[in-house]
Design a protein around this ligand. Structure first.
Ligand code: FDA
Length: 308
């Protein structure tokens, strides 16, 4: 399985395959397994329908590593439009943003300025910006930007971050973030990382996930536990029950199209559930990372394609 995982992660960076997939109708049909649609309206429609089922959402306008400042500004415009649409339609939704899409690799100051503008807008409409976490060379700069934005007294609480349990450094990062009052989404981590920085074995990642989720649950801040792993979810529920931490004090988060049964079950049990809804034409790298997590999805997709 780890070989397949690496293969899909390598494919996620293949430019020609990406271009082919994103520009063919068969590719776009495939993507609908994990992507809400190509346009903002598609995402808002899915958001409204999940809200009706008692599920909170976070919206991700797909795209990574832009190649010009204009492209970064255009990507940010979509998020500003989303914040306005969420407020107008009174949706229970926030936004998830990748700093590389905001120009981080071109100019960190540009990405920080865009993240600051988004946090200002979010504060104005009583909303929240989650900064997704990308691969490990970007962990420190992402931490620094989020902490600086949050340090502005008028923006406190308007921005949050993602921490990956596979990184050795994550306990220290989480302690810092909690001291700053920053909301964390804990996930296992979706990129290919070297053993110098990350646990290589699932059992170690899982053990760290449980440890870090206990740290988060014990803090007075509202955090998100992002996983589809019933063992991780079970451990968090048991810890919360033992410590009298009410279900209203944290949320579980899952990806659009993954374990819908579990999403509904948790809502019925009284837990907060937030679904991450990606949309847009640049779906390929996101999609390939989902296949990397569960290569069996390829069989599932192939069967569906043949059926239609
Ligand atoms: P794990 O991979 O161990 O899977 C446990 C079980 O869940 C599997 O056996 C299977 O049943 C189910 N499952 C998991 N993935 C599936 C899939 N793709 N299709 C079908 N079933 C699947 N990562 C990152 O590096 N930076 C980020 O910012 C984010 N953001 C983020 C937000 C949200 C809301 C979620 C849920 C996840 C992320 N991730 C992420 C991805 C995360 O790091 C991780 O790769 C996936 O969530 C898969 O890990 P699990 O915790 O689900 O466990």
């Amino acid at each position: 399985m780890p070989i397949l995982r690496s293969a899909f992660i390598a494919l996620s960076r293949n430019r020609s395959l990406r271009s082919f997939c994103e520009h063919t109708s068969i590719g776009n049909k495939l993507s609908s397994r994990f992507v809400a649609g190509m346009d903002l309206e598609d995402a808002l429609r899915v958001a409204a329908s999940l809200n009706e089922q008692g599920i909170h959402v976070t919206l991700d306008s797909l795209g990574e590593s832009v190649s010009s400042a204009e492209e970064a500004e255009r990507a940010a415009d979509i998020y500003h439009a989303l914040l306005d649409a969420i407020a107008e339609r009174k949706l229970d939704a926030n936004i998830s943003v990748k700093l590389t899409q905001m120009g981080l690799l071109l100019d960190p100051q540009l990405a920080e300025a865009i993240a600051t503008n988004l946090a200002e807008h979010a504060k104005y409409v009583d909303n929240f910006v989650r900064i997704d976490m990308e691969d490990s060379p970007l962990t420190q700069v992402t931490m620094d930007i989020v902490r600086r934005v949050n340090a502005r007294p008028d923006l406190r609480g308007a921005i949050g971050i993602v921490i990956q349990a596979y990184l050795y450094r994550s306990q220290i990062d989480i302690d810092r973030l909690i001291a700053d009052g920053i909301r964390v989404r804990l996930c296992k981590g979706a990129y290919k990382e070297p053993p110098e920085v990350a646990f290589a074995h699932k059992v170690d990642v899982d053990a760290n996930y449980v440890k870090l989720s206990k740290t988060l649950l014990s803090s007075p801040i509202y955090h998100g536990l992002a996983t589809h792993d019933e063992k991780m979810i079970g451990a968090a529920k048991a810890f919360a029950a033992r410590r009298n931490i009410a279900p209203s004090q944290f949320e579980f988060q899952m990806l659009y199209g993954v374990r819908r049964d579990l999403q509904r079950k948790l809502v019925a049990e009284g837990y907060n559930v937030r679904v991450y809804i990606p949309f847009g034409r640049e779906w390929y790298p996101y999609f390939m990372r989902r296949l990397a997590e569960r290569p069996a999805n390829v069989l599932f997709l192939a069967k569906n394609l043949l059926r239609k």
